[in-house]
Design a protein around this ligand. Structure first.
Ligand code: HEM
Length: 290
């Protein structure tokens, strides 16, 4: 069925807005400066570049040999060539304006300032070469903006299709805070269990990184689920499959915020144990220290 344009256009616009919003926020945190995508049209194509790079990364993750054969990769994925150059240019631009901020205000502290000035304690020399700083800058922008944008979009998408969950979350947030302008990070927000459940469930159903994140077995190999994996072999579990495992998440394709909320009728201790066990299969940020 064709949708009327007045419904389609705001949706397309909203898709852009969430990317602009999170890219502005993430670049501010990391570089103190931003492209002001929300208020200026000048650099909005930056988010298109990110989207292309993320798609290509998804392909290369599942076809890792491409990464070692640049010519084949560029032939198979011609978009890769221009998007990598564009990404490089965007990273250089944001780094220069971040440096300019530091000249204006010496006390400016941000993530970029820290990692570009890390020195070897023995020699006093900078650890990261300029090209490493550039690559890390690009990684940070993409790692932070696209993931957050997709997760925000997924949460709104599922909530807008589930009036009961939406009403529960809205009621909780509206009774916790007096007005929209008083909403801020802290204990009150952390106590919004329905909101947290809505976000967890969206991250479960639509993980921003759904693919397997391969890990190489170290010397001596490792045992996974009773099977010996020999050293130097790669192993990985797709996050999407893990988070749709029916044993851990009954009715896994249903957006159900209740699975994350303690049901007092079933006993608090038992419910806490159930959620703890279920959380072992929830890994949108993957597992371990990273
Ligand atoms: C909902 C939001 C996010 C999701 C779902 C997400 C997910 C992930 C995942 C799955 C990884 C791979 C971890 C691994 O290989 O073990 C990762 C790595 C990373 N993320 Fe995020 N992320 C999010 C937000 C952010 C933000 C806001 C930033 C920075 C401002 C960020 C920066 C990074 C960096 C730098 C890495 C690489 C870490 C490393 O290789 O050591 N991420 N993220």
């Amino acid at each position: 069925m064709r949708q009327p344009m007045d419904e389609v256009v705001p949706r397309i616009w909203l898709c852009g807005v969430r990317n602009w919003l999170t890219t502005d926020a993430v670049t501010k945190v990391i570089f103190t400066t931003s492209w002001d995508l929300l208020t200026s049209t000048a650099n909005r194509c930056v988010t298109e570049t990110f989207k292309t790079v993320v798609r290509q990364t998804g392909v290369v993750h599942n076809w890792p040999h491409l990464a070692y054969h640049e010519v084949t990769a560029l032939l198979c994925l011609p978009h890769l060539a221009w998007s990598l150059v564009a990404l490089e240019n965007y990273s250089v631009a944001v780094m220069s304006s971040s440096k300019a901020e530091r000249v204006k205000k010496y006390s400016t502290k941000d993530v970029f300032g820290y990692f570009s000035n890390v020195k070897d304690p023995d020699t006093g020399e900078l650890i990261l070469r300029p090209q490493d700083v550039r690559r890390n800058a690009a990684n940070f922008i993409i790692a932070g903006s696209d993931t957050t944008a997709s997760s925000v979009a997924a949460t709104f998408f599922y909530l807008s299709h589930d009036p009961t969950a939406y009403a529960k979350v809205a009621q909780e947030v509206r009774s916790a805070f007096e007005s929209a302008s008083t909403i801020k990070a802290g204990p009150i927000l952390n106590n919004c269990v329905c909101l947290r459940a809505a976000i967890n469930e969206a991250l479960r159903m639509a993980p921003a990184a759904p693919q397997p994140l391969w890990r190489e077995a170290e010397a001596g190999g490792c045992v996974v689920d009773g099977d010996l994996i020999q050293a130097s072999l790669n192993v990985g579990a797709g996050i999407f499959s893990l988070q749709h495992n029916v044993d851990a998440f009954p009715d896994p394709y249903k957006y159900d915020i209740e699975r994350w909320i303690i049901d007092p009728r079933k006993g608090e201790v038992k419910e806490k144990e159930r959620i703890k066990e279920m959380s072992r299969s929830w890994a949108p940020f993957f597992v371990g220290s990273r």
